[in-house]
Design a binder for this molecule. Structure first.
Ligand code: 3PG
Length: 225
């Protein structure tokens, strides 16, 4: 998927569910809940041994935008791509991973929480970055401070976001989407609470829909720019 098309896509959803799944037999149940909820997108974290298989099964379905999260090494990036991941998300800025992803034309959202990380990412030509860990890195106030000098950069805050503060984050002019596990927590997944996942996804999308105009405008800019 082209970088700009990826950014436009996540901007249109406004939310990226961050999934850590340790039972591949649950992939279809989870995928069904996300799709029924109206959010056919997932960032599957490489934090459990089943992650690559989850990506493989989920991406093969063809009805979800599946990416890999917690990509910390080049080997992980390659394995995620080979398993079918359409995009990569990293907790920090790893130059080798970012360089490889750009070379392979696989969209990447490296995590940053400071001016240094932003500088490094912008130097690579990236336009949108994960802001991580959003809640404890200064929250929306920190993002506002960063948005001053870096008003051409867009962010995907992740870490500490839930239905209670989602609106506040999505209102921020620098935010194109928020990532989070609150609607797909490990507890919900372990207990196969698919109805609950679907409800939480719908609730999140209802909040995100209040800001769609702004993000769609941004998305259109990326698509044509
Ligand atoms: C991530 O992997 O991006 C975060 O750990 C997700 O953070 P959350 O669990 O606070 O949503």
């Amino acid at each position: 998927m082209l970088y700009e098309a990826f950014l436009a896509k996540i901007a249109s959803y406004g939310i990226i569910p961050v999934v850590t799944l340790n039972d591949v037999r649950s992939v279809d149940g989870l995928a069904g809940a996300l799709i029924s909820g109206g959010l056919p997108v997932a960032e599957v974290t490489l934090r459990v041994s089943e992650a690559l298989e989850t990506i493989r099964i989920m991406s093969k379905r063809g009805d979800l935008l599946v990416g890999a999260g917690t990509v910390r090494t080049l080997d992980q990036a390659r394995a995620a791509r080979d398993s079918g991941a359409s995009y990569l998300v990293s907790p920090g800025f790893n130059e080798a991973v970012v360089h490889w992803a750009i070379d392979q034309q696989i969209p990447i959202l490296p995590g940053v929480d400071s001016t240094l990380g932003i500088e490094m990412a912008v130097a690579k030509g990236l336009k949108a970055l994960k802001f991580f860990p959003a809640g404890t890195s200064g929250g929306p106030a920190k993002l506002s401070a960063l948005h001053g000098p870096y008003n051409d950069v867009r962010f995907v805050p992740t870490g500490g976001i839930d239905a209670g503060n989602l609106d506040r984050w999505l209102t921020h002019p620098a935010v194109i989407a928020c990532g989070g596990s609150w609607m797909v927590s490990m507890k919900l997944l372990e207990n196969k609470k698919w109805d609950e996942v679907e409800c939480l996804v719908k609730e999140a999308l209802a909040i995100a829909s209040r800001h769609t105009g702004l993000r769609a405008e941004e998305g259109a800019g990326w698509t044509t720019g």
